[in-house]
Ligand binder design. Sequence first.
Ligand code: PBG
Length: 325
Amino acid sequence: MAFPTHRPRRLRRNETLRSMVAETRLSRQSLIQPLFITAGHDLREPIGSMPGQYRWSLDRLPEMIDTLAELDLPAVLLFGLPATKDTEATGAWHEDGVVQQATRLFKQRAPRLQVICDTCLCEYTSHGHCGYLTADGQVENDSTLGLLARTAVSQARAGADIIAPSDMMDGRVAAIRAALDAEGYSDVPIMSYAAKYASAFYGPFREAADSAPAFGDRRGYQMDPANRREALREVLLDVDEGADMIMVKPAMPYLDIIREVRNAVDLPVAAYQVSGEYAMIKAAAANGWLDEQRTAVESLTAIARAGADLLITYYAEQMVRWGCV
Ligand code: PBG
């Protein structure tokens, strides 16, 4: 008997065979493109630390909506940069907030595209934190819930298909669910950023969305990167409060968490490949140190393999253009 009997390499002999036995496939339907909407006119502002990503003013947004619709991407996740900021985060919940206006535009122009609105306050508060502050500079949990609920309702009223709270206040999913139901939006689902870590990988986003806290950091509400059991606790609480989908964020440094969450819940699991993950690939590729396309595809495949059903990624548009999905 010739040795060895078992030769796993038999199934790796050519491209077709390898693709037949691939255990994970990326699909266009699982991709969600984040977008930054800004106040102002005639803007398609490049974001320095995120090459290929732009801040769009409402009058220029139609060209991007048409592009995404032509590429047949299923969904966008909207973030807003308001003209002015205040302690009430008025820009977050105002009927004519940038995200509300953008949502209406999307629903008129490309009704099949699902609009996911990020529900948070840090882009809209003068101090850059995700809620009301106490005298000693902490974010006050319970009074902030009302502002978040108000924001979610205004987004639903504008036509949002999915509400995605990213603030990490305790009890916000229940508060938002109750408010949506009370206002007649009981059929609008909630995708909760359930396990959201206090991460250095959000750096480029804070430049993009002008949402860096004016003092301190977000470790008083976002999770400690050291914790795994706590992520499950956060996820189960959100499921209990009525979340329809669960998110883990960031993605690649937290593949173990994605897998744990996938095993623990039946709901769809999303993972967010955040700005810093994108920026690292871009920077290394720009230096000729990594092959951009292969690195992006491998990263997203790893995130899907870990158990994510939905991939929120700044590479969504590019993945379709590359023909990789
Ligand atoms: C808002 C929010 C942040 C991100 C998504 N929603 C920033 C933060 O929490 O500081 C980060 C996304 C990214 O880095 O791509 N709270």
